[in-house]
Each structure stands twice: as C-alpha cells, then as structure tokens.
Design a protein around this ligand. Structure first.
Ligand code: HPA
Ligand code: ZN
Length: 342
C-alpha cells in the first residue's frame, strides 16, 4: 500500500493519534527539572548546569545509564515533585498526539529516600486526572519492579500496592537484566496474576533470547519490553509470530545503550516485515535524545521506514496495549480516519 500525502513525514506522523507502551516515568526527568528539584529539596548533585547534566548522557551499556537514572530519581521527594514529573510527560503526550500512554512507575526507587506510596501516588494521580479532564488523555499505569532487588522485597512492594490496586493495570520488571533472570521472580508474577494484574517484563535487551522464553513460560507474561535479541533463536521468532506476542521496542534507547552499534543496524523493521507484533516506544526520552515522534523519525531517516510501515507500527501499539477491546477498536478507527485524512 502506498500512502499519498502532501505532508512531510514528520508532519504526517505527528498528526496520527499514537499509543506509547514502554515509558519509565523516571526516564522523563529533564535536566532543568532535575536541577530545580535538587535545589528545592537540598540534594547535592555532581552537576550544576543543564549542559553538565546533558553532557553525562553518554552510556556504554544499560548499567552505566541506570547509575545516572537512579541518581536523577533521588531528587523526587514530595507530592508536587511527582505531580510535575508526570505533568511534564503528559504535556509531551498532548504535543505529540500520544492519546494513550502506558507508564511504568517504580516505587522501589523512591522508598530508600523515605518516599511513601501515598506521596508518590497523590502526585501522579493529580497530574493524570488533570490531563484526563483537560484534554482527554488516556493513561494506564504499570507497577514496575527492580530486578536487581530480591524477590521478597518485590513481594513486599506488591503488598504495599494492594491499597492502590485500582490505579494499576499491570506489573513489569526493569533494571539490570544480566545476572537477574526472569525465573528469580516466578512467585512475584504468580502472586500479581492472582490479584488480577496483567503482565509485561523487560527481556532480551542485553540479556539472551532464553530470557524471553523464560519470561513467557515461567512468568507467563503477555508482552515483552525490548525483546530485540529474539533474532538469535529461530524457534522463538516463530513462536512470537504465531502467538502475536507484542514487543515494545525502543530504537533510540537501543542505540544510546549500545544494544545496536548504530541505527542502521536496528532490526525493528525486519521484525515487523517478518510478521511480529512490534511497536515503537521511547523508554527514557529525557536521557536518550527523543520522545515517541523522534523515535519514528530516526527510523525513517536511518532505515528508510515507509509511511505504510510506520502506520502498521502505530496500529500495533493500540493492538498490543492493555486497553479493553472496545477502546482498541475506537482508537484504531480514529487512527484509520486520521491516516485517510492526511
Ligand atoms: N532496561 C531496563 N531497565 C530500565 C530501562 C531499560 O532500558 N530503562 C529504565 N529502566
Ligand atoms: Zn525500559
């Protein structure tokens, strides 16, 4: 299919209603906000200007990024900090026409700084309610666990979340993948599923293809965050195609964290054309040089992604979301109308 349009790729893409499924709220903490919150909360940082912070956005691997990411999150202390963090991102959603966002929040990151679940959730909920009322923003929250911690700590956090269960659609698993295999969290996933949570987990970003298998078979997850290492295992590839297991792929993240040497090496379009349910996402946009639209633009620029491929990727995001079937149909219809009008 050839899509005819007078618009540039960038204008055309910006105008489409989109969904984002892989986004860590702490990864949206912009340098100016980091510095202003550090000042307000009297937290010492090794940086005093925006330029110095941004100069630190050079990563060799996932761990080198996580070190800065957790340092950044340490400036979040009171309810208004969480409100501003969430509102900054939701305003980006409005600007980029991201009509539905599934957002990972990681309470285990804040707990060592004395931040309670209540403080965090009050700030996040206030921003989300405002965005829903002011421009109809759709948001689903994912309770994301840190896999460098032990499973008992995660089970305790799951218990703390009971009082807020209605705020979360799913659980996820993030942080250092190497040495922290999915099987370590089998009891956590079983407990969460029995409480009615849906499920996703990071796998096959830096870790091997068998971490994707184990996430599916041991943790029973519905979708995989990243998953780009699936190409190393033909049986796995065939399984992902047959079962239409969604992968939430993050192109700029993958090049910033050296999962691929450069964007021209990225395999997302190859996976798409083989029939996998792949989607485009930004992961930690403040650190990786772009939000959702910029992730699409880089694929257009470096991999010659066509409009037809981009449209399939956007459709996949709605299909792979945790929305109910009625909402999926409604958003897919809105997308189809927008694509026809463009
Ligand atoms: N991988 C694992 N954990 C993360 C990431 C990621 O890309 N971003 C934020 N936490
Ligand atoms: Zn991630």
């Amino acid at each position: 299919m050839q899509i005819e349009s007078q618009k540039t790729f960038s204008e055309w893409l910006s105008d489409l209603p989109k969904a984002e499924l892989h986004l860590h709220i702490d990864g949206t903490l912009q340098a100016h906000r980091l510095l202003s919150l550090a000042k307000k909360n009297d937290i010492a940082l090794p940086y005093s200007t925006q330029e110095q912070v941004e100069a630190a956005y050079q990563f060799e691997n996932l761990q080198s990024f996580l070190d800065l990411y957790y340092l950044g999150a340490s400036v979040l202390i009171d309810e208004s900090d969480f409100y501003h963090l969430m509102m900054d991102y939701l305003l980006k959603c409005k600007e980029q026409n991201i009509v539905h966002a599934e957002i990972m929040i990681e309470p285990q990151t804040y707990a060592p700084n004395g931040v309670s679940f209540v403080t965090m959730m009050r700030g996040f909920d206030r921003a989300i309610e405002q965005a829903q009322q002011e421009w109809g923003q759709s948001v689903a929250l994912i309770l994301s666990f840190l896999r460098h911690l032990d499973e008992d700590q995660c089970l305790e956090t799951l218990e703390q979340a009971r009082a807020f269960k209605q705020s979360f659609v799913a659980i996820g698993l993030a942080s250092a993948e190497r040495d922290n295999p999915p099987a370590k969290f089998a009891r956590l996933y079983r407990a969460a599923q029995s409480q009615g949570y849906r499920t996703t987990a990071h796998a096959g970003e830096e870790g091997p293809a068998n971490f994707i298998w184990d996430s599916l078979r041991v943790l029973n997850v519905e979708r995989i965050d990243h998953g780009v290492r699936c190409v190393d295992d033909t049986a796995l590839l065939n399984h992902l195609i047959k079962q239409q297991v969604a992968l939430t792929v993050c192109p700029l993240s993958n090049t910033k964290l050296c999962v691929f040497d450069d964007m021209s090496q990225h395999n997302i379009l190859d996976l798409l054309d083989r029939g996998l349910l792949v989607t485009v996402n930004s992961d930690d946009p403040a650190y990786f040089g772009g939000y959702l639209n910029e992730n699409f633009l880089t694929l257009h620029e470096h991999l010659s992604m066509t409009r037809e491929q981009a449209l399939r990727l956007v459709e996949n995001s709605f299909k792979a979301s945790f929305l109910n079937d009625g909402d999926k149909v409604r958003y897919l219809e809105e997308l189809s109308q927008a694509a026809k009008a463009s």
